[in-house]
Design a protein around this ligand. Structure first.
Ligand SMILES: C[S@@+](CC[C@H](N)C(=O)[O-])C[C@H]1O[C@@H](n2cnc3c(N)ncnc32)[C@H](O)[C@@H]1O
Length: 316
């Protein structure tokens, strides 16, 4: 079993295999069911909630399940940034949270853009299975699929025999009607919706001006630094000084299918300023992350730089 700490490793794992995804696996029971249905395929499960991720991980280890990859995070991020179009045999989503308020639409696992991503990543004749209890979400999904011209079937009879997930048991005991949506991809078409990522970490080194006092207070004047461009937004809103004199800038970053918080580090040593991203497992270096780094790097350079020595984030 692999835990996908670095999601960029997904593509290599998938190479040459049948691949089956489950998004929002909760306690992991359905992954065990999928293992029985697809004994040879690579199973990839994504779950945002730490607690459930750990419960499922322990369960799968106990059962000695192999040929698995688990990701703690938004399953759509994994598909949007790291899975090629036409590469996945089946995607399963059981009882997605409804996020009923229209303002939360983008959080729905069946949002318009999410459906476009799932559909694009499926192989021809691949299947998307979505099980829904919420009436609002059922309506929303029907409209979305019709608007996208994606044919589907909807049934009140489970395609999973008498297997029920934890939420399946819950809704059944309350007599809530459950709809099973099945979408079969007819051809190799795809919606043009992919995130682009860099495989390098941005770095910046420069000589600092002798006369400049690069003290925290002075540097602190450049924040808050924020930027909004369509669906992309960042805010650098706090700075901290570590015990060994490094300055950490906190970044809150949001773009389609990617919300993350990280720190950009700045330190001065022997007349040179060094900037990099505080590396964290799972941090995704999208093009917009590079832009954020560049914006901050150039602001600091303007404040206390003399001459650039090295940068790997493109033209200034
Ligand atoms: C209502 S529960 C259903 C759990 C399980 N599928 C079942 O049927 O018992 C929804 C699950 O989806 C997870 N989830 C919500 N959004 C997610 C996302 N974007 N990526 C991965 N998991 C997500 C939640 O943490 C939660 O465990």
């Amino acid at each position: 079993m692999t835990i996908l700490l670095r999601p960029s490793g997904l593509k290599d794992l998938m190479e040459g295999k049948d691949v089956v995804f489950e998004i929002g696996f909760g306690n992991g029971d359905f992954l065990l069911y999928l293992r029985r249905q697809y004994p040879e395929a690579l199973l990839v499960g994504a779950e945002v909630a730490n607690k459930y991720f750990l419960i499922a991980h322990r369960k799968l280890e106990r059962e000695g399940i192999r040929n698995f990859a688990l990701y703690r995070g938004d399953g759509r991020t994994l598909l949007y940034f790291f899975a090629p179009d036409n590469s996945i045999d089946a995607i399963y989503i059981n009882f997605p949270d409804p996020w009923e308020k229209p303002s939360k639409e983008s959080k729905r696992l069946v949002s318009v853009d999410s459906i476009k991503v799932y559909y694009s990543r499926l192989k021809r004749k691949g299947h998307l299975f979505i099980t829904i209890d919420s009436d609002l979400l059922k309506d929303y999904l029907r409209r979305t699929l019709n608007n996208l011209n994606v044919p589907f079937t909807e049934s009140l009879v489970s395609p999973f025999g008498d297997f029920l997930t934890k939420y399946g048991r819950k809704w059944l005991s309350l007599n809530k009607p459950i709809s099973y949506f099945i979408i079969e991809k007819q051809d190799d078409s795809f919606f043009d919706l992919s995130g682009s990522c860099e495989s390098f970490m941005p770095n910046f080194i420069f000589y600092v001006r002798e006369e400049v006092d690069c003290e925290l207070e002075r540097i602190g004047k450049i924040i808050p630094l924020e930027h909004k461009e369509g669906d992309f937004f960042y805010k650098i809103d706090k700075i901290y000084r570590s015990l060994d004199g490094e300055v950490l800038f906190r970044v809150i970053h949001s773009e389609p299918f990617l919300n993350q918080k990280y720190y950009i580090v700045f330190r001065i040593f022997e007349g040179k300023g060094y900037m990099e991203i505080d590396d964290k497992n799972g941090l995704i270096i999208s093009r917009s992350v590079i832009k954020t780094f560049r914006d901050l790097a150039l602001r600091i350079f303007r404040e206390c730089g003399k001459e650039m020595i090295f940068k790997n984030f493109g033209e200034v």
